[in-house]
Design a protein around this ligand. Structure first.
Ligand SMILES: *Cc1c(COP(=O)(O)O)cnc(C)c1O
Length: 482
């Protein structure tokens, strides 16, 4: 707990601005943090014992903590700092916009220049079926907007009974009521009587988990078939839309078989169901294309985006709207009674415009497709030879590997650890302690590094991961887990 002196000391340091690592009192900040700051998705009693790690600075693909430790940020913050840290042209664009017009709303027949420019630019970048953009402040709000928009669409089209939205178990679509309900995270649904009605979940296309006895492509067709089963069970005239992440992120970097999305698209077309791609992670180059849906054979009606649109420098999200829905909303629907104070926030849009310029001028999307993505894939294939790793895969600049007790010839022959041992958290601890930020989703270790990460930095990251796998292996053996 914070003593009075440490609180006063910390307060004076905060008012003094950015901390100097030499004189910075980490303990004082940790005490204030524990006393007042409720973190997202955190067991606070457990955190208080160790104290939160205080991140104070970032440059390129690295961040530094208040003790001066340098860490490779293998997670781009939270899947978002795609152009890396320390981009002064973004801070300058934000500063200039704040000086000119820090805020104005677009509710009552007014608009602002950065929002207009960004909308036009996003439509130009998006696949040809897109014509409009609705801006929000986050990915969760984008998916809330999706729910309201698809139901409104079917109202306008004279089919108001098309209300149900189908999603997938283990999907992540955000943490607002609609976002968490669309998502398929059991732990989130267990708190607060969720999901809300009108949302159904089918299985995820996770070959390692459900594909036993099938080759990958055959499994992709089976998994897509679960959508058709659900549509037929509900009645197609009740189904508004299907939503999915092109590659599931928070669920553990689950890359679907190549047959999956084209078959889902065929099924959506067959029953007139709208297809929504949640590209909050996959958009803006993460997979080596501007949008993951283009790469994986989806032709969505709506795309939700956030995170990488500003590289996380300031919050922004939105929904790209395809012509079929846009026509109904714009030409037929009159008022759509939905919006946020910060829809089209000029400062956020100015940050996004500069971020997109960087992605384009530095050819980062092409680099991910042709150079760094393949390099990361090779690095993870190499990591897959480690005795603790069952299998590894990647797509563009996301990758995952599974920790297993006994390695097998195929993904289905590996023997996992006891779930309750939490070997992933053990491994994550070794990673953090040795200068590499990697996330654990169960026993799956994942990375989504900044798109600016060079081949040399990928090699450095992979070397640190290998070393931490060695440490985890020794630790697990020492604990008698294998
Ligand atoms: C992060 C995320 C969201 C939620 O975005 P927030 O900005 O945290 O509200 C939604 N969908 C996906 C796929 C995400 O990864």
């Amino acid at each position: 707990m914070a003593t009075d002196e440490s609180a006063v000391l910390a307060a004076s340091m905060i008012s003094a601005g950015i901390p100097d690592v030499e004189t910075f009192d980490t303990r004082a900040i940790q005490a204030l943090d524990a006393a007042h700051f409720l973190h997202p998705f955190t067991d606070h009693a457990a955190l208080r014992g160790k104290g939160a790690r205080v991140i104070v600075r970032g440059q390129g693909v690295y961040v530094w903590d208040s003790d001066g430790h340098q860490l490779i940020d293998g997670m781009s913050g939270l899947w978002c700092v795609n152009v890396g840290y320390g981009r002064t042209t973004i801070s300058q664009a934000v500063y200039r916009q704040m000086e000119t017009l820090p805020f104005y709303n677009s509710f009552f027949n007014t608009t602002n220049v950065p929002a207009v420019q960004l909308a036009a630019e996003l439509v130009a970048l998006a696949p040809p079926q897109f014509s409009h953009v609705f801006f929000t402040g986050s990915g969760s709000e984008a998916n809330d907007t999706v729910v309201r928009m698809v139901r409104r669409y079917w109202d306008i089209r004279g089919q108001p009974e098309r209300q149900v939205i189908i999603s997938r178990h283990n999907a992540y679509h955000g943490s607002t009521l609609a976002g968490v309900s669309l998502g398929g995270m059991a732990g989130m649904h267990a708190q607060g009587g969720l999901p809300v009605p009108g949302i159904r979940h089918i299985g995820q296309p996770n070959y390692a988990e459900h594909g036993q006895g099938l080759d990958e492509n055959a499994f992709g067709l089976v998994a897509a078939g679960w959508l058709e089963d659900e549509i037929l069970a509900l009645g197609a005239d009740k189904v508004a839309a299907f939503i999915g992440e092109p590659v599931q992120g928070a669920g553990g970097v689950i890359i679907p078989p190549p047959t999956y999305w084209p078959e889902v698209q065929r099924i959506c077309d067959k029953y007139g169901v709208l297809l929504v791609a949640d590209e909050v992670i996959c958009g803006f180059g993460r997979l080596g294309a501007w949008f993951g849906s283009e790469l994986l054979g989806m032709r969505p009606d709506l795309i939700s985006f956030a995170k990488g649109v500003t590289s996380g420098y300031v919050p922004l999200g939105g929904v790209l709207v395809g012509k079929r829905v846009a026509y109904a909303l714009v030409e037929q629907g009159g008022d759509f009674n939905h919006g946020f104070t910060y829809s089209g926030h000029p400062v956020a849009c100015a940050a996004a415009l500069e971020n997109l310029r960087i992605l384009r001028d530095e050819r980062l999307v092409e680099k991910v497709a042709l150079e760094t993505g393949p390099h990361l894939k090779a690095a993870f294939q190499q990591l897959a030879t480690h005795p603790l790793v069952g299998h590894a895969e990647s797509c563009g600049m996301v990758a995952g590997l599974n920790l297993v007790r006994v390695k097998g010839a195929t993904v289905h022959d590996c023997v996992p650890f006891e779930r309750t041992l939490q070997v992933g958290m053990l491994c994550r601890g070794h990673m953090f302690g040795n200068g590499i930020i990697m996330r654990a989703v169960g026993d799956r270790m994942i990375v989504a590094p900044p798109l600016v990460m060079t081949k040399a930095e990928i090699d450095e990251m992979a070397a640190r991961i290998w070393m931490c796998l060695d440490l985890t292996l020794a630790d697990a053996q020492h604990r008698g887990w294998m």
